[in-house]
Design a protein around this ligand. Structure first.
Ligand code: FES
Length: 126
């Protein structure tokens, strides 16, 4: 048995920034080999900053809460700053996740970073 804390439950029940960005500047998709869950992040970049961040997650409650938290943490950040967000930071911001759900937090920042890499590949930033 495990229990999610209130913050995790809040982000799970009312996830922020759910959806898809049409004409996104970058898209990143990752799957969790442990459970088969999928997470996709969409970003819009303006003046070197993440102007908008949205996600679609097909996964467990922890994965949804993690996506929601990552999107909030990333919005408004520069690409550099957003690349610094680690999966550990996200779990910490959520006030911790149950031990057996820690693997779920490995998707969030990875998907965001992939979206940023995807953007950089297309725009070849120096
Ligand atoms: Fe699949 Fe949590 S059980 S991401």
């Amino acid at each position: 048995m495990f229990q999610y804390n209130e913050k995790v439950m809040d982000h799970f029940a009312n996830p922020r920034n759910v959806g898809e960005i049409v004409n996104a500047d970058g898209v990143g998709e990752v799957g969790n080999p442990v459970c088969g869950d999928m997470m996709t992040f969409y970003i819009k970049v303006k003046d070197g900053k993440l102007d908008d961040v949205k996600f679609k997650t097909f996964g467990c409650g922890a994965a949804i809460a993690v996506s929601s938290m990552v999107s909030e943490m990333a919005k408004g950040k520069t690409l550099e700053q957003a690349m610094q967000i680690s999966n550990k930071d996200v779990a910490k911001q959520l006030g911790g996740l149950p031990e057996n759900k820690l693997h779920c937090s490995n998707l969030g920042a990875d998907a965001l970073h992939k979206a940023i890499e995807n953007y950089r590949q297309q725009h070849k930033e120096i």
